[in-house]
Write a protein that binds this ligand. Structure first.
Ligand code: GAL
Length: 409
């Protein structure tokens, strides 16, 4: 080996180890059983490097956690790292210069070549600089169904939304709530988004979410969606739960028939020892329009004046994207890896359906990459009002939805 190369590799090793071990506080909202199990894979991998993961879990979901994270950052007491969804949630923090530029880490680890789909890294990139490490692909476009509930009701597990609605009265007769829905507004907006794609079609959904086309909201495809959403509201009566994972538990226990929820729900089924295709079934696109949305989670790293922390942040960013962590974390989380060059060791039948859609390019962006956080909050508020106000009609919510989209950014 040439001397210059030996010197160079020696320098690289020094740079990598000079920081010494650091404690990094990592904030996230992964507090359900399945989520906590998944995040422990990240913590174990980080601790195995000799550094220490200081867990900053916040209960109550993303809508509760994000403002707390932001106030820590702008208040001058930032964590070393924090989870946001892929998309536009960090725009203002980046504009304010509060987040660490990871471009050097991304280049050293070939993120541009390995991260798939490329939209995930695009969502981390502002003015050519990379500010986040994507860790997974989560899709909202799923319904999870309880085999036990349908068996008890004496009807086959539905294969699509129409069958779900047709068989719902049988479940109700058997004392089972057909649709499990938690009380938080993001769950009601999320389920509406899934129904819009599945029942209104990808074109209409894209016009509304990407094109901010209020006329499309008033068009025939979305009219169908609002009506179906009104009917779904009736199917959710009788189960009063708040958190998404409590709704998932009802499906696991067979006290509810189904839940429209992102594929993080699989972490709960897995932890409860339930087997896809036997104990539960899954319908991407509600069995109507098979597509995957490519949302998920990314980690951002607030700027820190301590050089050791900065070095540790970069080391952690690289580790999160590494093949080993991608496999261990995503296998527990119910999500798909963000790199095309790793295989999940053993995937169940639902994850396989997701992988097939991804391979066939049947993907759409997540709404969080298209709509600003402010618009999303307005839609959350509107849909939760509808969900909790029986007197509010589908036509009324449709008009108000169109008004929000007309002024959306
Ligand atoms: C999403 C996040 C998922 C999952 C879910 C429920 O925003 O992307 O990882 O944790 O919230 O907490």
């Amino acid at each position: 080996m040439k001397l210059s190369k030996i010197l160079l590799s020696g320098a690289a090793i020094c740079a990598a180890t000079s920081a010494g071990a650091v404690d990094l506080e990592v904030m996230h909202w992964w507090t359900s059983g399945g989520e906590a199990n998944a995040v422990s894979k990240l913590a174990e991998a980080w601790d195995a490097t000799g550094n220490t993961w200081v867990d900053g879990a916040i209960a109550g979901g993303g809508d509760t956690a994000r403002p707390i994270m932001v106030s820590r950052i702008i208040g001058g007491d930032p964590p070393a790292a924090f989870q946001f969804n892929h998309g536009r949630q960090a725009e203002e923090l980046i504009d304010a210069g509060l987040l660490l530029d990871l471009t050097e880490v991304a280049e050293a680890n070939n993120w541009k070549e390995i991260i798939n789909p490329p939209s995930l890294l695009d969502a981390c990139t502002i003015d050519g600089k990379i500010y986040c490490a994507p860790v997974n692909i989560h899709s909202w476009q799923w319904m999870w169904l309880s085999s036990a509930a349908y068996e008890k009701a004496g009807v086959p597990v539905p294969a699509n939304w129409s069958e779900f609605m047709e068989t719902a009265p049988k479940l109700q007769e058997a004392g089972i709530t057909p649709l499990a829905m938690g009380g938080q507004s993001w769950q009601q907006n999320g389920a509406f988004g899934v129904m819009a794609v599945a029942l209104g079609g990808v074109d209409a959904w894209t016009k509304v979410n990407e094109g901010k086309d209020a006329e499309a909201v008033m068009g025939p495809e979305y009219t169908k969606v609002f009506e179906a959403y009104g009917a779904a509201r009736e199917m959710a009566k009788g189960l009063n739960v708040q958190d998404w994972n409590q709704a998932t538990s009802a499906v696991i226990e067979g006290t509810a028939g189904a839940q429209i929820m992102g594929d993080w729900a699989q972490g709960e089924f897995a932890l409860a020892g339930k087997v896809a295709g036997t104990d539960y079934e899954c319908l991407p696109g509600l069995g109507e329009t098979g597509v995957l949305s490519t949302g998920g989670d990314a980690f951002y790293f607030p700027v820190n004046s301590d050089a050791d922390i900065t070095a540790g942040q970069k080391e952690l960013a690289a580790l999160l994207v590494s093949p080993e962590v991608q496999v261990s974390f995503n296998s527990a989380k119910g999500s798909l890896p963000i790199r095309g060059d790793v295989d999940l060791t053993t995937v169940n039948e639902c994850t396989q359906k997701g992988l097939d859609l991804l391979k066939d390019g049947k993907t759409i962006p997540d709404a969080a990459s298209l709509l600003s956080p402010d618009t999303t909050t307005q839609l959350n508020d509107l849909l939760t009002e509808f969900w909790n106000t029986p007197a509010m009609t589908p036509a009324e919510v449709q008009q108000q939805y169109a008004d929000i989209i007309a002024s959306a950014d």
